[in-house]
Design a protein around this ligand. Structure first.
Ligand code: SF4
Ligand code: SF4
Length: 426
């Protein structure tokens, strides 16, 4: 089949196509060095390879075609798990994640945002200022959220670049805070209705809740197989399933993840692993890992361990809880959505003991030998919480290691040494 040239599409989105070619080449190389060198991958991970091959090309064209054909209304981007995708889908919008995991146009970014800001925040601003992200460029609306200080202040600048709606997310878990978050979910629904011109109906919202729950069920199935020794699939591939869940078509993704879960269940029955039985098992917790930030998982797995779970927004927080499907009216369904999302245990909440319980529970259920907790540099929230996390791990008798890193490769040598020492010790 003749290869499609996507340059006209990228140009039509106003992108810097030359710089973007450079970014795609770099991401392709990273994918090769991290994923394609793995041995004994389940055959069904070829889906993940196709996601990466199409991530800035075929998938973008597909979304634009759906809009053109009227099967989708608008593309709505967001940066955080507290933005419920069901609400966007109920108005036939396409929900996409905009977090990015590579340094870009840093000189331009630092004209608007301090140097010592978390790399995730600098990255999405750099992708915008450098015009290299087709998800940002094709988004008709971007939903931000008042979560960490860095993001909420950075949105003041990002809002000068794209039309935005900001959700106010509470930082304590009380009845009053839940009531205010419910209201925020309603305000999001109103804004999505205005933007798309589509009234959110019971039928539309119910279908969206079921669709996203199906996606979560598939990810739960896959995750459960990782309790086995040998682990049937690598942490890198599982990380990519959740990264893909923020970008790919939900029906296609759900079918592909179910196929991966089928294959991994067979592998568990047959004692087939991605690494030999007895390989040291690591549970990851910490800040999110957006595409193409695969550095840490690559270092852990290339050092001879296997990551068996991820307690983070690009991991279990995304799929572990379903939205209760019993709501009948739109209001009831919005409330059930709000309750499900409000239960996410992010470090923006204080106190955040639920996260410690989640991590220790996952470490036990997945038979992890150790916990690696990572905060992106200058992320005060996750850095501060690492002390509570260390204490919880010590009390549970599980070896623990904290890492602070960024998107560069400057610390690769030092991290490799620390990770190898940790794996030998556990
Ligand atoms: S870590 Fe917290 S603020 Fe960041 S995406 Fe997750 S829920 Fe949102
Ligand atoms: S990693 Fe931390 S500082 Fe960065 S966006 Fe997430 S919560 Fe904010």
């Amino acid at each position: 089949m003749a290869e499609v040239d996507y340059h006209p599409m990228w140009e039509s989105l106003g992108m810097d196509v030359e710089a973007h070619d450079g970014l795609l080449a770099a991401v392709g190389q990273m994918f090769q060095d991290s994923f394609l060198v793995q041995e004994n991958r389940p055959a069904s991970t070829d889906y993940l390879d196709s996601v990466v091959a199409n991530i800035h090309s075929g998938r973008i064209q597909e979304m634009l075609d759906q809009k053109e054909a009227g099967t989708a209304t608008k593309i709505v981007g967001s940066f955080c798990l507290y933005v419920p995708e069901e609400v966007i889908m109920a108005a036939r919008g396409i929900s996409v994640g905009l977090c990015s995991g590579a340094d870009w146009a840093t000189d331009k970014v630092e004209k608007h945002i301090p140097h010592n800001t978390c790399p995730l925040i600098k990255s999405f601003n750099g992708f915008k200022l450098g015009r290299v992200c087709p998800y940002i460029e094709s988004s008709d609306l971007v939903v931000g959220e008042n979560t960490c200080d860095g993001k909420k202040k950075a949105y003041e600048f990002f809002g000068t670049q794209k039309p935005m709606h900001i959700m106010d997310v509470p930082n304590v878990k009380t009845d009053t805070a839940l009531a205010s978050y419910r209201e925020q979910v309603r305000l999001l629904a109103q804004r999505v209705e205005q933007e798309t011109g589509v009234k959110i109906t019971e039928e539309g919202l119910r279908a969206a809740i079921r669709l996203v729950n199906e996606k979560r069920r598939a990810l739960q199935r896959l995750s459960a197989t990782r309790a086995a020794d040998p682990a049937p699939i690598s942490g890198l591939d599982c990380l990519l399933t959740v990264q893909a869940a923020f970008m790919d078509d939900p029906v296609r993704l759900t079918a592909a993840i179910n196929a991966m879960a089928d294959e991994c269940e067979r592998r568990v029955r047959d004692g087939v692993g991605v690494a030999p039985k007895g390989t040291k098992r690591v549970l990851y917790t910490g800040t999110p890992m957006p595409v193409p930030f695969w550095k840490l998982f690559t270092l852990i797995e290339q050092a001879g361990a296997v990551v068996v779970g991820e307690e983070c927004c690009t991991g279990s927080r995304y799929y572990k809880d379903l939205v209760d499907e019993s709501g009948e009216t739109v209001d009831e369904m919005l409330d059930r959505i709000a309750e499900r999302y409000y239960d996410i245990n992010c470090a923006i909440f204080t106190p955040n003991e639920g996260r410690m319980k989640d991590v220790i529970g996952m470490a036990k259920n997945l038979h992890a030998d150790g916990i690696v907790d990572c905060s992106l540099q200058f992320c005060t929230l996750y850095d501060m919480e690492s002390f509570t996390m260390r204490k919880a791990a010590e009390e549970a008798g599980i070896p623990y290691m904290h890492i602070s890193t960024d998107y560069s490769n400057e610390d690769t040598g030092q991290l490799t040494t620390r990770i190898q020492a940790f794996i030998e010790m556990i």
